[in-house]
Structure formats: C-alpha cells, structure tokens
Design a protein around this ligand. Structure first.
Ligand code: GUN
Ligand code: ZN
Length: 445
C-alpha cells in the first residue's frame, strides 16, 4: 500500500500531562516553530522545525501557519446532535425544559430525512469549532444513529455515539422497551462499532426515563463487544435528583442507581454531576468512570456549579472531560465552554488557568474517555486530528494578542475571547476537512 504523507508547520501547543495533579508549566509543551509530520492519518513526528526539517521527505511541502497555533483537535464529551433546533430555548429548568422543548424536537427525528439534514449541519458545526471527536446522544430512533455515523464516516472523524434508551416517563412516540432498546442497540453496535473510526456508546438517557430492566439491558449490551462506551446524565438539577430518590428508594444515591446496574466503569461518561457527594466522587475514582463538565448548560438551565477542583482533587482524582451539552449548552465551541468554565471555577474561589482549560478540552477529555493513547495530544503515534487556532481572528483579539507576554496568556485570551472564528482550519486524520478562509464551501469532503 502506498502511504500518504503530510506535514504542518507553525507555532504549536499540546498538553503532555495533568495540570490538576502537578504544576501547569510542566504539563504544556510549546514550540514557537514546530513541525507535525503525518503518515496515513497518524502523527509520525512532532517537535521543533529546526530539528525535524530534514525528516520531511522530498516532494512534501509543509503547510505553513505562521502566527497561528497548531493544537490537538478539541474533544467534546457530552453533546446532543438532535437538539440543534432548540438551542437557546427560553425560560425553563431541566425537567420542564425536557417536556417543553427537548422531547418535541427529538420527535421530529421520526423523519429520517430530517435526521440526515441535522447530522450534516452538526458535523460541520463541530469541525468549524475545531472539535474532532465528540460523545454524542442521538434520539431513540435507530436511523438517527445511522444518519450521524454515516455523516461522520464521510469526514472520517472519530466519533462516539448511540441511540437513546427510554422506556418510561417520556412521550409515547419516544419510548422503546427494555427488549426493543436492547435489540436495536445491538444491531447498531454490530453495524457501526469499530467500523472505520466510529465507536458505539450505550445511551440510557437518565435514570428517570429507564426502568431497572432497561438499565440492566444496558449493562448486558456493554458486555456484548469490547471497547463499548456508556453515556448518561447524573445529578444535574435538584428537582431531578429528588425525582430519582423517589423512583429508586432502595438506592443510596443517584450514582448508586447506575452502579447497582453495573454501569459505572471505565469508558462510562456521566454528564453534569453537579450535585455530588464525596462518596460519589470516591466511587468514580475507584471505578475509573468519567464526568463531563458542562458549564454553559449548567448555567443556562440554572442547574448549579460543578465542583471541578473537588472532582479533580489529587488525593482521589476523578477523570473529568469538557462537554458543550448543546442544546442545553449554548455553544459548540470548546473555547466558549472554557470561558464559562473559568467563571464557574471563579465563583467557587478557584482559578482555572489556561493550561488546565486546554487540558480539559483535549488530553483530559481523552483520558476521561480512556482514549489518551491515541487522542488529545500532538505526539508520535497519536491520530492526526488537529485544529489550527488563530489568535488574531477578530480586531479585538488581534489587538489583545499584542499585549500577551507568554503562551499561557495567549491561550487564556483565546479561551476567553475565542469561538469558531478563532479556528482557521481543522484536520481529521491528517486531512484538511475545514478551512475557514477557503472561498465558497469551507468544508472538504
Ligand atoms: N437529562 C436528561 N436528558 C437530558 C438532556 O437532553 N439534556 C440535559 N442537559 N439533561 C438531560
Ligand atoms: Zn445532556
């Protein structure tokens, strides 16, 4: 087989370790002029251009991005693609918001053509935001998963997604049964899990919409193949937590509902986790389960403030990733999500620095997903999913960048002022799939 080679050159940043466990400075690698050499979609070499220039094979001219920042593609650990049509819906907290806006929106996915249209837009909006991997909720309809993976396969993006399981407490057109949800999920697993870069995620929506039988079926599904993921919601809103207490009186906590069913394990990702007790954090630490911090959503729905620095306490660290949670979240941009994460930490008296922020959006999310051997870093052997950030994307950013005295200040400026405008280009497995400045269609397929 003929191998395909590509090279990118420019200033570059990547996380190399966990800045919640040690000094931030030691966790960030920055090269003023770097080379990323890519072979067959994988990074073969990464380092200073001056040291690596001789390794560039004849005939390959690095694509050069002076004044930009090469960075690992962002990873979004919690997002709902069917909710694009009701992002920014007014005036409700979680349970009322689900009934008023979310379930009606998801019902429109009974139409497969609608699912295909939204999946197309969603994938493009992710890439426009520099996000190359996401853990995605589809709807209860199997064809919503089909539409999503089919579109992801066209871009060759590494995506993790699944059919929502709900067998109670939702409108009847959105309900399956424990058996039907199991069988439909299994068929999707057989069709999509491990096909190219697509991976399947068993997806019980949250405890109130699944019976014990369905949660047990979800655990059985996880055993059906190696490397499957699980996603669900946990301890998001006080009214929801109280409802779970009433629905599962025998369980010691909301997390215990999932633990009892066998769903708390590595590659399980729990969204929100705002109202957690120390015991729950210990369970996550011991089991290797991950939490998705979704600050724009938690602020928008008035859910509460995630205790990031308690969760990541080095004495019993819990793996935390960053989630946009669109459509309760208000942006698909991980830069904007970090902007809000900083403020949420500030309200609790903590300072989320830029290195910690970029860790959450890249390597930290990859670790929370159990995928840090291949995703979330610029490093040899890692998949070449890369975003090219533009610190001069707007007149204000260009002006402000002139006053940044260090790479940390520049990154902090990007996470405060940046959004999709600050993403110049996005590469997936070494291929440029998005170019903001390309005339006409910015997406390459
Ligand atoms: N809890 C159950 N379903 C959902 C959802 O779709 N979004 C959010 N934010 N929380 C949920
Ligand atoms: Zn969610």
């Amino acid at each position: 087989m003929v191998s395909s080679l590509a090279a990118l050159r420019g200033p570059a940043v990547t996380l190399v370790d966990d800045p919640f466990a040690q000094a931030s400075r030691a966790c960030l690698q920055y090269h003023e002029d770097a080379l990323v050499l890519i072979e067959d979609g994988t990074i073969r070499a990464f380092g200073p251009y001056a040291e690596l220039r001789d390794t560039v094979p004849d005939g390959i001219t690095p694509e050069h991005f002076p004044g930009h920042l090469l960075a690992p593609g962002f990873i979004d650990t919690h997002v709902h693609y069917p909710q694009l049509q009701m992002i920014g819906a007014f005036g409700a907290q979680l349970l009322e918001w689900l009934d008023t806006y979310t379930f009606p929106a998801e019902m429109s996915f009974a139409d497969a053509a609608h699912a295909e249209r939204v999946a197309k837009l969603f994938l493009r909006e992710l890439l426009r935001a520099g996000t190359t991997t996401a853990m995605v909720y589809c709807t209860v309809h199997p064809h919503s998963v089909e539409a999503f993976f089919a579109e992801s396969e066209r871009f060759n993006t590494r995506m993790i997604a699944g059919k929502v399981l709900m067998d109670r407490n939702a409108p009847s057109p959105l309900l399956d049964t424990a058996q039907r949800g199991h069988d439909e999920s299994l068929a999707l697993i057989e069709r999509w899990h491990g096909r190219g870069r697509q991976l399947y995620c068993v997806t019980p929506r949250f405890a109130p919409t699944s019976t014990d039988a369905q949660l047990e079926a979800a655990a059985a599904l996880l055993k059906s193949r190696d490397g499957l993921f699980l996603q669900t919601h946990l301890c998001e809103n006080p009214g929801e937590v109280e409802w779970v207490r009433e629905l599962f009186p025998a369980r010691s906590s909301y997390l215990d509902v999932y633990a009892h069913a066998g769903l708390v394990r590595p590659r399980s990702m729990f969204g929100h986790a705002v109202h957690m007790h120390e015991h729950d954090f210990c369970t996550c630490h011991q089991t290797g389960a991950g939490l998705a911090h979704c600050p724009t959503s938690n602020l928008f729905l008035g859910s509460g403030l995630f205790k990031l620095f308690e969760a990541t306490d080095p004495r019993r660290p819990v793996k935390v990733g960053l989630g946009t949670d669109v459509g309760a979240g208000t942006s698909l941009s991980q830069l904007q999500t970090l902007n809000e994460a900083y403020k949420v930490a500030a309200l609790a008296g903590h300072k989320l620095d830029a290195v910690q922020g970029f860790y959450l959006a890249t390597l930290g999310s990859a670790r929370a997903l159990g995928f840090d051997d291949r995703l979330g870093r610029l490093a040899p052997g890692h998949e070449a999913d890369i975003c090219v950030l533009d610190p001069h994307a707007t007149p204000l950013m260009a002006f402000r960048a002139g006053y940044c005295a260090s790479i940390e200040e520049l990154l902090f400026m990007l996470m405060t002022l940046g959004d999709d405008r600050a993403v110049r280009a996005t590469y997936v497995a070494g291929q440029r799939v998005y170019d903001r400045d390309r005339a006409g269609d910015p997406f390459h397929l």
